[in-house]
Design a protein around this ligand. Sequence first.
Ligand SMILES: NC(=O)c1ccc[n+]([C@@H]2O[C@H](COP(=O)([O-])OP(=O)(O)OC[C@H]3O[C@@H](n4cnc5c(N)ncnc54)[C@H](O)[C@@H]3O)[C@@H](O)[C@H]2O)c1
Length: 251
Amino acid sequence: MTQRHADQVVLITGAGRGIGAATARLLAERAAAVGVFDIDEGLAKATAAAIVQIGGRAIPLVADAADRSQVMQAAKTLADAFGPLTGVVNDAIWIRYGPIEDVTDDVLGRMFDVGIKGAFWGVQALLAYKGDAPAAVVNITSPVSEVGSAGTSSYTAVKGAIASITRQLAVELGPKGLRVNAVTPGAVPTPGARAIVDEAGYEKRKAQTPLGRLGSEEEIAAAIAYLLSEDASFVTGTILRADGGITVKSV
Ligand SMILES: NC(=O)c1ccc[n+]([C@@H]2O[C@H](COP(=O)([O-])OP(=O)(O)OC[C@H]3O[C@@H](n4cnc5c(N)ncnc54)[C@H](O)[C@@H]3O)[C@@H](O)[C@H]2O)c1
């Protein structure tokens, strides 16, 4: 176990599975204490327990990222357990794809609530429960925040907003000692992604990716960990693509 993230206390939303869980595992392996925040109790508890079993520091935080009071309470629980927060990873997402004609008020509302409001509450929770040490926010965007993809209008709206507030909050919070960055994952076959992308869709994504393959959860976690680390101490307002080049490929 390296000590690279020693003294860090990081709240990770959506950490029960997928990229969030891989991030929790990696940070804990590197000596951070992590709050495994997920709306799914079984996933949150299993991921946190697996970390503790290998000697890491983690607690499950079962809560809804869309609910401000639940996010604040979770941050308090994490700070009570391990000390002031030094970081938040706003990873939780609720996604429905479909043509613009089919987007309903309910679907758009839930996507915005989890994806956009959730990120606001994550940042507020960090501000409320951080100490005097430098602190960092990592948001998660998507290639669709930069390039068009049919059938993803509501998801694009969420991730475009996240990209914008990443830059804006870097400016607003830099004077308070907070760095705010984001990671853009490419195509990563997480449980959530597999539910909305079929095999043909993954073949298309591989062909579109200059590196010729899908990404792993661990490769995205490594980019997130970098932005939380001391190595990134002068990095803020940056959106780091860990996408195999899919976003920049034309033909
Ligand atoms: N997987 C990809 O290919 C890909 C590509 C680009 C961006 N992303 C982004 O990466 C992030 C993680 O995606 P993933 O593929 O690991 O997803 P996933 O669906 O596998 O995991 C998401 C987790 O979030 C939890 N969650 C959902 N709603 C929640 C809520 N309201 N409160 C708390 N937790 C909640 C789920 O229970 C789940 O454990 C997301 O922001 C996603 O948009 C993923």
